[in-house]
Design a protein around this ligand. Structure first.
Ligand code: NAD
Length: 292
């Protein structure tokens, strides 16, 4: 028995993560408010849970992969939530990107009923999720991390215990700040290259061979250049992350001028109806600024 998982939130990322847990031999009971998403993964061998509490029944570990803090809180504190009926394995792992302050509160509330809570946000996008190649950064007690690690191994390749509760989220927020500013930098370079008449595919290829290479240029560059805005990591989820970065930084008196600037460009994108498009749609802001 490889261990059973109650998995809550089988969206863009969760679906791929559940596939890999199944592939590694775990049994998975899945819950999502979107019934169609659950139906898809049930066809591949998961079982359907009716509520978060139902997903937790018999589970060695419950994993949540939800959009934002309120969704995780509803899953923990809500009717039929995890606080009322914790998993028999007494371990809950949230892999969403949410507020580190909320993480520490949930951690403390679950600790009172003898349940461990690990924050373990991920980086690597839908492709990293699909290839079981995520970077997973975790916060919480070492023994709980050790229990979660075999499950992490089914979903990721770089697995790091970053420190106490909330530490996973703070590392992830540093990651997101770089991603946002990096996407902005790529947009600026593409806008300048385009205005100069440089072929953008050529520009990208050359840049990837030198010191301006980045994951974003590699993975998002082609869809930016092609104007393909299909969702992978949505603009509205990045805005959520940039808000979390700024809240965290303000509480610590750390000014982040670069983050502030790129955040207003993401707001611009959302204001122009790009919220549910992928992050490569930030280039549309530059289309407008350069009248392209
Ligand atoms: P998504 O919106 O595609 O999936 C979220 C899923 O949660 C949906 O299926 C939705 O129906 C479900 N859901 C929402 N509220 C629920 C509730 N209360 N109970 C049960 N199910 C509920 O989002 P995603 O892209 O998979 O991202 C999930 C998390 O991972 C986010 O925090 C995001 O920031 C983070 N993340 C995303 C990426 C990416 O590239 N997409 C990469 C790294 C981290």
């Amino acid at each position: 028995d490889k261990g059973s998982v109650g998995f809550i939130g089988v969206g863009t990322m969760g679906l791929e993560m559940v596939r890999n847990l199944l592939k590694a031999g775990h049994t998975v009971s899945a819950f999502d408010l979107n019934e169609a998403a659950v139906a898809d993964i049930v066809k591949e061998g998961a079982s359907r849970a009716r509520t978060p509490a139902d997903a937790a029944q018999r589970a060695d570990i419950v994993i949540t992969m939800l959009p934002d803090t309120p969704h995780v809180e509803a899953t923990v504190y809500g009717e039929n939530g995890l606080l009322k009926s914790p998993p028999p394995g007494k371990l809950i792992v949230d892999m969403s990107t949410i507020s580190p302050v909320a993480v520490r509160r949930i951690h403390a509330d679950l600790q009172k009923v003898g349940v461990s809570f690990i924050d373990a946000p991920v980086s690597g996008g839908p492709l990293g999720a699909k290839n079981a190649a995520l970077s997973i950064m975790a916060g919480g007690e070492a023994d709980a991390f050790a229990k979660a690690e075999p499950f992490f191994r089914a979903m990721g390749t770089t697995i790091t215990h970053a420190g106490a509760s909330g530490a996973g989220q703070t590392v992830k927020l540093c990651n997101q700040l770089i991603c946002g500013i990096n996407i902005q930098a790529i947009c600026e370079a593409l806008a300048l290259g385009r205005a100069s008449g440089v072929d953008l595919d050529l520009l990208r290829r050359v840049l990837l061979g030198g010191s301006a290479a980045s994951w974003m240029l590699d993975k998002l560059g082609p869809s930016m250049i092609a104007g393909d805005t299909g969702a992978g990591f949505r603009i509205d989820l990045m805005l959520k992350d940039l808000r979390l970065v700024q809240e965290h930084a303000q509480a610590l008196n750390v000014p982040l001028p670069g983050t502030a600037l790129v955040t207003s460009q993401y707001v611009d994108a959302r204001a122009h109806g790009e919220g549910s498009n992928g992050n490569q749609a930030l280039f549309r802001v530059y289309d407008r600024m350069t009248n392209q």
